[in-house]
Design a protein around this ligand. Sequence first.
Ligand code: KG4
Ligand code: ZN
Length: 373
Amino acid sequence: MYVTAVSEPLVLGIETSCDETGVAFVRGQQLLSDVIATSVDEQARFGGVVPEVASRAHVEALTATLEQARSRAGVAWHDIDAIAVTAGPGLVGALLVGVAAAQGIGVALDKPVYGVNHLASHIAVDRLVHGEIPQPCMALLVSGGHTSLLRVNDVTQDITQVGRTLDDAAGEAFDKVARMLGLAFPGGPHIDAASQPGDPGYIDFPRGLTDAASDREHRHDFSFSGLKTAVSRWVAAANREGIGVPIADVAASFQQAVVDVLIMKSLRACAEANIDTLIIGGGVAANSRLREQAMRRGHEAGVTVRIPPAILCTDNGAMVASLGSALVSAGRHPTIAALSPDLLYPESAAILVGFDADSSLPVELVSLPPPAR
Ligand code: KG4
Ligand code: ZN
């Protein structure tokens, strides 16, 4: 199929990779609406995301979320140029809900559907706020499931992983440490809030993979499991000695250890690759300490740091619509063309889904290796 680039495409974005049902409309680089339904309260009871609970919540929320986003955008269904949907990585059952909906809408409206990569979307959302993504730039992707340093040559087709976490994702470390401190799930925002009155220098927690030997071997990689264990030991010792745990100080010290490593390694990677822009995305990019220190230290290092507003850092539909709009503007091929003759044959269903069993398949056009487990 031949694709014609549309300069200001109206794109519907659907995100259902985890526990947020996100639907948004974007025209070119302008965000028209962004509606999020979340099952986080249901998940909080379990202290983490239960995939089946998430999938069912998406099914229940999606129709109303789609209609609300369309009406807020003030557009008609037949006006849209394309549909973009998160095709991975993520929870398979949850992804399926979004992908099935996108394909149904694509068939009904005879519009192309773009399956997009969740990590690339976390970067692409910044177009809506700070303008086109510079080529090249460096991107630090920090979420509940991923922590990667990416070199972005072209957000629509050329992204390579420079570094990644060897164990826990940064957000996962926030969630686990929050649980140790008796804070609710998801832990990131609670640690952020609890740390406000705390002293970030109160405990000198380890900065993962920064000693000379591991820094040589894993220059651009991250590790948070040692930090998590150090916090756990510190809390256990304080409880044993009956001195009480100073939550604000422990939270602030832990947060500072994460922030220090993320910023140091990202800015150093920029300098070594001679890249002058760093984009930070993903749920942990909502962290107030990370935002403030990345901006300041970036400025000192001569690197422009771009971070979307916190509401666009956690999962949402705007990021998907934004990447979809960039793909359409660049004239990239859709993942499926609606009403293609293949659709008439049931055996084509596998191609339509667009991700494999572990859902880590990089979406075509964006070449990311599978995420760290
Ligand atoms: O990108 P996201 O919404 O979902 C994934 O793709 O994983 O990221 C969710 C993660 C959770 O681990 C949550 O605790 C963390 O982002 N997070 C934060 C903050 N807000 C959300 N971490 C630190 N500080 C925050 N303010
Ligand atoms: Zn995410």
